[in-house]
Design a protein around this ligand. Structure first.
Ligand SMILES: C[S@@+](CC[C@H](N)C(=O)[O-])C[C@H]1O[C@@H](n2cnc3c(N)ncnc32)[C@H](O)[C@@H]1O
Length: 214
C-alpha cells in the first residue's frame, strides 16, 4: 500500500487550486518521504534543497518542534505555495533561491530529494561539494534519486520525467557512481532501495560526514 498524505500536512495546502492539491497528494504517495524522515533526528537544523512545495519540510517540522527546518527552491510558484503553508509556525521557513548560489550556513541534516538529476553533472558536483563543506562533523546528507535498476522502473521514470520536463534534459548517474563521488568528498555512504511499492526506481543514500557515524 502506498502511504496517503497525513491530514495535518495536507491541511496546510488548503489554499491551492484543485490540480495542485491533487499533485500534492500524488507526490506524497510516490516519494519515500517517510523513509527519509526515519533518518532525521528529532532535534536538528535541517535544510531541504529543491523542496518543491515543502511537503517533506512541513512533515519534519510538524513532527518535532525541536527541529528548525529550511526549504529552498528556485521556482517562485512552489515557494509561494510553501510559504502559504507555514501558517504562523516558527520552526519552518522557505527561501526562493538557486541552490547553486548558496551561502555558507550550517545545518545538521541536508536533504536533496529527487532533484540532483535536474542539474548538469558539474552542477551536481558543485552542490555536493558545498553540502560537504557546510555540514559539521557528524552531520548527515540524505540523497534520494533515481536508480538505473530495475530497468523497467528506470524506463517508467524516464518517460514521466521527459513528459513533465519537456525540452529539458535530465542527468542520471548509476548508484555506484554517486557513491564513489560522495566517498571521494569524504562522506561515509550507505545505500537503500526506496521503491518497494512504486513503479519508480528510487534509491536513498545516507551520507555521514566523519567516520563511523552511520
Ligand atoms: C522533482 S522536484 C522535487 C521536489 C521535492 N524535493 C520533492 O521531492 O517533492 C525538483 C525540485 O528541484 C527544484 N530545483 C531544480 N534546480 C534547482 C536549483 N538550481 N535551485 C533550487 N531549486 C532547484 C525544482 O524547482 C523542483 O521544485
Amino acid at each position: 500500500m502506498l502511504p496517503s498524505i497525513p491530514t495535518d500536512v495536507y491541511g496546510l495546502y488548503d489554499g491551492l487550486k484543485f490540480w495542485e492539491r491533487w499533485h500534492v497528494k500524488l507526490r506524497w504517495r510516490l516519494c519515500p518521504f517517510l523513509q527519509i524522515a526515519g533518518y532525521i533526528p528529532e532535534a536538528a537544523r535541517i535544510v531541504d534543497i529543491g523542496c518543491g512545495r515543502g511537503l517533506l519540510a512541513n512533515y519534519l517540522a510538524l513532527n518535532s518542534s525541536s527541529r528548525e527546518v529550511t526549504g529552498i527552491d528556485k521556482q517562485e510558484k512552489r515557494i509561494e505555495a510553501a510559504r502559504a503553508s507555514i501558517k504562523g509556525r516558527d520552526n519552518i521557513r522557505f527561501y526562493l533561491r538557486d541552490v547553486l548560489e548558496l551561502h555558507h550556513q550550517e545545518f545538521d541534516v541536508i536533504v536533496v530529494s529527487d532533484m540532483l538529476h535536474h542539474l548538469t553533472y558539474p552542477q551536481q558536483e558543485k552542490l555536493l561539494r558545498h553540502c560537504y563543506r557546510i555540514l559539521p562533523a557528524g552531520g548527515i546528507l540524505l540523497v534520494e534519486d533515481v536508480s538505473e535498476k530495475p530497468k523497467w522502473k528506470w524506463f517508467a521514470h524516464f518517460l514521466i520525467d521527459r513528459f513533465l520536463n519537456l525540452g529539458r534534459r535530465q542527468y542520471y548517474r548509476k548508484i555506484d557512481d554517486w557513491i564513489s563521488y560522495l566517498e571521494s568528498l569524504g562522506f561515509e555512504v550507505k545505500s537503500f532501495d526506496a521503491h518497494r511499492h512504486i513503479p519508480l526506481p528510487d534509491f536513498l543514500l545516507k551520507c555521514g560526514k566523519g567516520e563511523h557515524i552511520l
